[in-house]
Ligand binder design. Structure first.
Ligand code: ADP
Ligand code: MG
Length: 398
C-alpha cells in the first residue's frame, strides 16, 4: 500500500545533506552524571531511516522537539539524546549549538557523508509551534532534502513538520510511512470482524475515535477510566472514580447513536475498586458497575476481562488504544494484562497505539507479539478519527 507521498526509499541521497525530522521526544531521568534518556523506544524506532540514509552516503542533520520548554531551558537540552543515539549508532553524534543560525549552518556544512549532527530542541525556538516562516527558512538552509519521520508529531503544523517541508524537496521516512500505512489500513480496510478496544485516561481525545468506528467496527470495547464517562451518562454512581466531566456530555450523545450503529458498544459488567490510586490501598471486587462512595474503579473485573478477551480472539483485526485500568499498580493490572495477552495471542491482525498501552505490552513482555505497535499517541488518534495530518500533507506527493 502506498501513502501517496514520496518515500525516502526512492530518494537520491548520495553525497547530499538531508534534514530528518524525527520524534526523539523521550522521557529523561536523573542519572549519576546528570540527565539520561529513560525509555529509548522512540530513538530506536527512528534508527532505520537514519541508518538507511547514512549507508547510502548521505549526511544527516537531525531535528526533534523534547518536552515543552519555555525558551532555551538547559534541562531540556538534546544532549542526553545525542549521547544515547551515539551509543545506538556506534558513532559520535555531535550536538549543534542551537536549532538554526550561522554556527549551526557551519556545523552542518562540515558534515561528511555518513555523519550525523543533532540540532538542539526545536522548541527552544518560539517560532517552532507557530510555524514561523523565518525559522522554516533557517532550517531549509541546513540541507538539500527534508525527510519527515516524526509520526508522533505529524498532527502538529509546526516549522519542523510543515513549514520546512514546503521549502525543500521532501519525502516520508520509513517509520512515518509504515505508521500511516498500518493505521490507514485499520481505519479503511480492516479484515472483519474489527474489534476496537479503548481505555486509558485521556477520554476527550478518544471520543472521536469511537464516533468514527461506530459505523465501521463490529465491536467497540470500553475499559479504563473511559467507562466512567459512559456510566455517569447513564446516571450511575461512579464514586471517586477518575471522571473527565467534558466527555460525559459526549458519552451521553454517543449512547443512543450506538444503539442504532453497526458496532456493538461493550461496557464493563464488573470492576475492581480501590480506596485511592495506590498499590497499597484496600481493594474490593465489585460484581456490577455502580461504584459506592469512598471507592474508585481502577480496573475492569474478571468477567469483563474474560468477555473482552473472547471478542479479541475472534477478531479479524484488533485495534487497541488505552489500558483497561491503572495497570502500573499491581492490584489493578489484571484487566490490562488479560487484554494484552489476548491481543498477543489473537490470530487476527493486531495494532496497538498509545504510549501507555505500548508500555503495558512491554511490561508484560508481549511487545514483540503484535503486528504493529504505534509510536504516535495523539497523531495515531487523529489519523484514526479521519483527520488529515499536516506533517504528512505537507510532503511531496508520490
Ligand atoms: P495511552 O497512552 O495508551 O493512550 P492514556 O494516556 O489515555 O493511554 O491512559 C493511560 C493511563 O490511564 C494510565 O496511566 C492508567 O493508570 C490510567 N487509567 C486507566 N484506567 C484507569 C482508571 N480506571 N482510573 C484511573 N486511571 C486509569
Ligand atoms: Mg498516555
Amino acid at each position: 500500500m502506498s501513502i501517496g507521498k514520496a518515500s525516502v526509499r526512492d530518494a537520491e541521497v548520495e553525497g547530499r545533506r538531508v534534514l530528518v525530522r524525527a520524534d526523539l521526544n523521550v522521557p529523561l531521568e536523573q542519572g549519576p552524571g546528570g540527565a539520561e534518556v529513560g525509555d529509548d523506544t522512540r530513538i530506536r524506532a527512528s534508527l532505520p531511516t537514519i541508518r538507511s540514509l547514512l549507508e547510502r552516503g548521505a549526511s544527516v542533520v537531525l531535528v526533534s522537539h523534547l518536552g515543552r520548554p519555555k525558551g532555551a531551558d538547559p534541562e531540556l537540552s538534546m544532549a542526553p539524546v545525542a549521547a544515547r543515539l551515539g551509543e545506538l549508532l556506534g558513532a559520535e553524534v555531535p550536538l549543534a549549538p542551537g536549532v538554526v543560525g550561522d554556527d549551526v549552518e557551519a556545523a552542518a556544512e562540515r558534515l561528511q557523508p555518513g555523519q550525523v549532527l543533532l540540532l538542539e530542541n526545536s522548541r527552544f525556538e518560539p517560532g517552532e509551534t507557530e510555524d514561523d516562516p523565518e525559522l522554516a527558512a533557517g532550517l531549509a538552509r541546513l540541507a538539500e532534502l527534508y525527510v519527515n519521520d516524526a509520526f508522533g508529531a505529524a498532527h502538529r503544523a509546526h516549522a519542523t513538520t510543515r513549514g520546512v517541508a514546503s521549502l525543500l524537496p521532501s519525502c516520508a521516512g520509513l517509520l512515518l510511512e509504515r505508521e500511516v500505512e498500518e493505521l490507514t489500513r485499520v481505519r479503511d480496510h480492516p479484515e472483519p470482524p474489527l474489534v476496537v478496544v479503548l481505555g486509558g485516561a485521556k477520554v476527550t481525545d478518544k471520543i472521536g475515535v469511537i464516533e468514527r468506528f461506530l459505523g465501521s467496527a463490529d465491536e467497540i470495547v470500553i475499559g479504563g477510566a473511559m467507562c466512567f464517562s459512559f456510566f455517569k451518562a447513564e446516571g450511575r454512581d461512579t464514586g471517586e472514580s477518575l471522571l473527565d466531566e467534558d466527555s460525559v456530555e459526549a458519552a451521553r450523545e454517543l449512547l443512543p447513536r450506538a444503539e442504532r450503529a453497526k458496532a456493538r458498544l461493550h461496557l464493563p459488567e464488573d470492576l475492581v475498586l480501590g480506596r485511592e490510586f495506590s498499590a497499597e490501598t484496600e481493594v474490593q471486587e465489585l460484581n456490577g458497575v455502580d461504584v459506592p462512595e469512598g471507592w474508585m474503579g481502577l480496573d475492569i473485573g474478571f468477567n469483563t476481562a474474560v468477555n473482552y478477551a473472547k471478542l479479541i480472539g475472534a477478531a479479524g483485526t484488533v485495534l487497541w488504544n488505552g489500558p483497561m485500568g491503572a495497570f502500573e499498580l499491581e492490584p489493578f493490572a489484571a484487566g490490562t494484562r488479560a487484554v494484552a495477552e489476548a491481543v498477543a495471542a489473537a490470530p487476527g491482525h493486531t495494532v496497538v497505539g498509545g504510549g501507555d498501552s505500548a508500555a503495558a505490552m512491554a511490561r508484560f513482555g508481549l511487545a514483540g507479539r503484535v503486528d504493529w505497535l504505534s509510536t504516535g499517541g495523539g497523531a495515531s488518534l487523529e489519523l484514526l478519527e479521519g483527520a488529515e495530518l499536516p506533517g504528512v500533507e505537507a510532503l511531496t506527493d508520490a
